[in-house]
Design a protein. Structure first.
Length: 380
């Protein structure tokens, strides 16, 4: 039976309320914007530990913010106490990240990105690992329902936490289709001039941390340059902010004598990112592990061939027509770089068209509608 009751939905908005958004921050922001735009009968109360950023959805008749502090131990104490003692009290609480409030007096729904911290403990700082392991387990145990952002993450949840499949709903993230689309090369060149980036280039876009496999990508690129397997003018652009355990990436580039061939941009400004993506020869994501991979969607939507790992969730995004690599095999990564750098016009056009046909399967509007359905169902 359809749930006709108007709900007050509480949402933890903190993951979206930061600068330099990546991964879970993009997921949280995409859903917040989708919920705000949805013509729903429900009302929303967004909980934050600091005042809302200027680009968060503005308040309106069914959308309000509640800022509570202190930020320290916010999920464990500040938020739960507010949920208990302040009114109005939400009917259901949604956290678009791993952490639910402790002792919530209403049903909670959480979203899980991935369980990489269980698979690759050595790639995390101890305090991050401790928090992820303990608070994820607590939140999963107490959640009424769980959203996984890929089938791969759902399978991981079932295996690692012995969860019944019906407790988990897979909801794929979307992308900003008003920003990522094929662009004219003359406009791309004009925008990228201020960053001293000139096509042709291969692009890696993600945070710099061990699971992203950037070191093997650099080794593969060096092999291609050394063996003249790709045109010497093709550079490798590595765009993304420093996350953790990234020092070896820069040492590797320096020791291989690739200064000037590899461009490290750091976190790339959001307003110009679509031009960087659309202008690349190919987009490369050879990750050892991905819960999803929104940048892959953005690249496909931008009319760019993509090379991805044949592991974890990435095949779910790219589909049967993807260019896949074994992320543990440097020679295989090098082979893919050589292949995408030497595509004929016809081959490139086929790859691009396959990607453009696939991306409509992923949208924030679809993700929002599916999320609302989950939130409605947990209180029936």
């Amino acid at each position: 039976m359809e749930n006709r009751r108007s709900l007050l939905i509480g949402v933890d908005g903190n993951e979206a309320n930061i600068q330099q958004r990546v991964g879970v921050n993009q997921f949280a922001l995409g859903l917040l914007r989708g919920l705000w735009a949805n013509k729903t009968k429900h009302r929303f109360l967004i909980y934050l530990s600091t005042p809302p950023a200027s680009d968060l959805p503005r308040e309106k008749y069914n959308w309000h913010y509640r800022v509570i502090g202190p930020p320290k131990l916010w999920t464990q104490w500040s938020l739960p106490l507010n949920l208990f003692f302040h009114r109005p009290r939400p009917d259901v609480f949604f956290s678009p990240s791993h952490y639910a409030p402790r002792f919530a007096p209403m049903p909670t729904v959480i979203a899980i990105m991935d369980l990489g911290f269980l698979r690759n403990k050595q790639e995390f700082r101890f305090r991050d690992y401790f928090k992820l392991r303990n608070w994820t387990a607590y939140s999963i145990k107490n959640a009424k329902h769980i959203i996984a952002i890929s089938q791969y993450t759902k399978k991981d949840l079932i295996i690692n936490y012995q969860l019944p499949p019906e407790k988990i709903t897979v909801i794929y993230p979307g992308f900003e289709n008003n920003k990522f689309f094929p662009r004219d090369i003359s406009v791309i060149r004009k925008v990228l001039t201020k960053y001293d980036i000139e096509p042709p280039y291969l692009l890696f876009l993600s945070s710099l941390k061990p699971s992203k496999n950037v070191e093997r990508l650099i080794q593969a690129y060096a092999k291609c340059i050394r063996e003249k397997a790709i045109n010497n003018s093709i550079k490798l652009v590595i765009a993304g902010k420093k996350a953790w355990l990234y020092e070896e990436i820069f040492r590797k580039a320096k020791n291989m004598g690739l200064t000037g061939k590899i461009i490290f941009t750091g976190f790339f400004p959001e307003e110009d990112l679509p031009y960087l993506v659309s202008g690349c020869q190919a987009f490369i994501m050879p990750s050892l592990f991905e819960g999803f991979g929104i940048p892959v969607l953005e690249a496909m939507a931008s009319g760019v061939p993509v090379v991805v790992s044949n592991v974890s969730s990435l095949p779910e995004i790219v589909g049967k027509d993807g260019i896949y690599v074994d992320p543990y095999n440097t020679d295989d990564i090098a082979r893919s770089l050589r292949y995408v750098s030497n595509l004929s016009n016809l081959q490139r056009s086929q790859r691009v068209n396959n990607g453009l046909k696939r991306v409509p399967n992923f949208s924030w509007d679809k993700a929002t509608r599916e999320t609302l359905a989950v939130l409605e169902n947990v209180i029936q």
